[in-house]
Design a protein around this ligand. Structure first.
Ligand code: CTP
Ligand code: MG
Length: 245
C-alpha cells in the first residue's frame, strides 16, 4: 500500500514567541521543519510527502526543495497552508493527490518524533485499521474546574468540579494515520466551516470519531512532544544533545 505523509508547518508559532513562523525556528542550528522531515524520511514509510507552509513563505519551500533533491525516491511537495490547522491539512491533502491508500498527518512541531512511531502507525493501517493515533498515558492527576461563586470568588476564581479517572486518559500525538478515502470524506464535511469553528478541530481523529470510525491507539513517545513554548524548545535541544553519539 502506498503511504502519503502530510506535514503541517504553516502555523505562526505565537506561543513560542520567536518572531518567526515556528517551523523556521532554529533547533540545534537547523529549522524545526528540517528535523521533522528527517524523522519522516528516516521512518521509510512515505512514498509522497506534502508540506503545508505559511502562504508566501520561501525559506521553508527552499528547505523542502533541498530535501527533495536529496531523496529522489520520495515525491516531496509544498502547498500554502490555511488559517487553521484543519485548513492546512485540507490544502496538503489536495497537494498529495489521488495516488495514495493511506495518509499520515504529522505536526512539524513534533519535530523529534522517533521513526518507530511512524512505523507503528503505518503497520496498524497495513493491518486493516482505518484510523490510528499514537498515544501516551497521562502522568498528571487531572481535575475539571468550575467558577467560584459568591464569597469563594474572593479566595480563588475557580474550584474543583471533579477528578477524572486517569486510568482512561491518553495524550495523543502525531503522526495520525488514516485510510486515504475516509480522511478525504471527513475533510469534505468541513468545507462549510468558518475559521472560528475550524480552530476547534485540533486533530483529524476527532473527525473520524464523529463519523463513527474506530480510532486505534498505538504507543507514542515522550520524544514526540509538541514544541509549543520556550520550555519545549529547551527540552528538544536537550533531547537532541543526548542523541549525539
Ligand atoms: N499549523 C498549520 N496551519 C495553521 C496552524 C497550525 O499548519 N494554520 C500547524 C503548525 O505549523 C504545527 C501544528 O499545526 O506544526 C500544530 O500547531 P501549533 O502547535 O498550534 O503551532 P502554531 O499554530 O504555529 O503555534 P501557536 O498556536 O502558538 O501560534
Ligand atoms: Mg496553533
Amino acid at each position: 500500500a502506498s503511504v502519503g505523509v502530510i506535514v503541517v508547518a504553516a502555523g505562526s508559532g505565537t506561543r513560542l514567541g520567536y518572531g518567526l513562523p515556528k517551523a523556521q525556528v532554529p533547533l540545534a542550528g537547523e529549522p524545526i521543519l528540517a528535523h521533522a522531515l528527517r524523522g519522516v524520511l528516516a521512518a521509510g514509510v512515505a512514498a509522497r510527502i506534502c508540506v503545508a507552509v505559511p502562504a508566501g513563505d520561501t525559506v521553508l519551500r527552499k528547505l523542502c526543495a533541498g530535501f527533495a533533491a536529496q531523496h529522489p525516491d520520495v515525491v516531496i511537495s509544498t502547498v500554502d497552508g490555511g488559517a487553521s490547522r484543519a485548513a492546512s491539512v485540507a490544502a496538503a491533502l489536495r497537494g498529495l493527490g489521488d495516488g495514495v491508500d493511506a495518509v499520515l498527518v504529522h505536526d512539524a512541531a513534533r519535530a523529534l518524533t522517533p521513526p518507530e512511531v511512524f512505523q507503528r502507525v503505518a503497520a496498524a493501517l497495513a493491518a486493516g485499521a482505518r484510523a490510528v493515533v499514537p498515544a501516551v498515558a497521562v502522568v498528571d492527576t487531572i481535575k475539571t474546574a468550575r467558577p467560584s461563586t459568591g464569597a469563594e470568588a474572593d479566595i480563588a476564581p475557580e474550584k474543583v468540579a471533579a477528578t477524572v479517572d486517569r486510568a482512561h486518559l491518553r495524550a495523543v500525538q502525531t503522526p495520525q494515520g488514516f485510510d486515504a478515502a475516509a480522511l478525504a470524506r471527513a475533510h469534505e464535511s468541513l468545507a462549510g466551516l468558518g475559521p472560528g469553528e475550524a480552530d476547534g478541530i485540533t486533530d483529524e481523529a476527532l473527525l473520524m470519531e464523529r463519523g463513527g470510525v474506530d480510532v486505534m491507539l498505538v504507543p507514542g513517545s515522550a520524544q514526540a512532544l509538541k514544541i509549543t513554548t520556550q520550555l519545549d524548545l529547551a527540552v528538544a535541544e536537550a533531547l537532541l544533545a543526548a542523541r549525539q553519539p
